[in-house]
Design a protein around this ligand. Structure first.
Ligand SMILES: Nc1ncnc2c1ncn2[C@@H]1O[C@H](COP(=O)(O)OP(=O)(O)OP(=O)(O)O)[C@@H](O)[C@H]1O
Length: 222
């Protein structure tokens, strides 16, 4: 589903953020991405979401070579890749329903179908009763779940999460991971960047470890 072939990403002023990274994430696979601060985890996820382009190497998602996609095809690609961020990135002046509906609005979906899909996504994360609330009135865990509903509402085959439990206590973190497990069970591919080694240990999923931009361990290959 996701294939990196000798991918390097260089930032002019900072050197290589990723160096010669190769791995494959199979369709429906769930894996963790770990490594020290600055190891390149966010950079790797941003390349998959086409928020950045590689300096060298080849990267494909669902058989599509991302290097062959022009700027106009990026929005379509982004609908196939749901992204979840630690800081939620919700629009503060729009209510929960409106925030979650954004990817469907961008896709030009009919309002009736859109309403159904948004409520189904909110139901999945247990937030249906809060559809009219503004993000600022929600707890951190609730805001994170709104971010997850927004990431899954267009039913992408791939979900990327960047430190999704960074600000949450252990009980809320487990709740979020249970949600990811549920997406995994219905065949979604997930790549989750996290420092939460304890949680990784209890999950038993494949773990990719970056160190100074290099992929230094891949439990899937042991
Ligand atoms: N837009 C950018 N411009 C220049 N350098 C960048 C940019 N984004 C990341 N970097 C550099 O690339 C390297 C990898 O950063 P990245 O954010 O991918 O690491 P990370 O593993 O996600 O770290 P953290 O766990 O702290 O979020 C760092 O040296 C960082 O300073």
């Amino acid at each position: 589903m996701i294939r990196f072939e000798h991918v390097t990403k260089r930032y002019a002023e900072r050197g290589d953020a990723l160096r010669d990274v190769s791995f494959t994430l199979e369709p429906g696979e769930m894996a963790f991405l770990t490594g020290h601060s600055g190891a390149g985890k966010s950079t790797l996820l941003r390349l998959i979401g086409l928020l950045e382009r590689p300096t060298r190497g080849r990267l494909s998602v669902a058989g599509q070579d991302l290097g062959a996609l022009g700027r106009r095809q990026i929005p379509l690609h982004r609908r196939r890749v749901g992204m979840i961020f630690q800081d939620h990135r919700l629009l503060p002046d729009r209510n929960v329903f409106d925030n979650v509906s954004l990817p469907l609005l961008a896709a030009g979906m009919h309002p009736r179908e859109l309403g159904k899909r948004v409520r189904a996504a909110l139901d999945q994360v247990g937030l249906l009763r809060l559809e009219h609330a503004l993000p600022t009135s929600l707890s951190s865990g609730e805001q994170q779940r709104v971010g997850i509903a927004r990431a899954v509402v267009a039913r992408p085959p791939v979900i990327l999460a960047d430190e999704p439990t960074g600000n949450l206590d252990p009980a809320l973190s487990r709740e979020i991971f249970h949600l990811f497990e549920r997406f995994h069970q219905v065949g979604v591919s997930l790549l989750i960047a996290t420092h939460d080694l304890e949680l990784i240990a209890t999950q038993g999923h494949r773990t990719l470890r970056l160190h100074q931009g290099r992929l230094v361990a891949d439990s899937g290959n042991w």
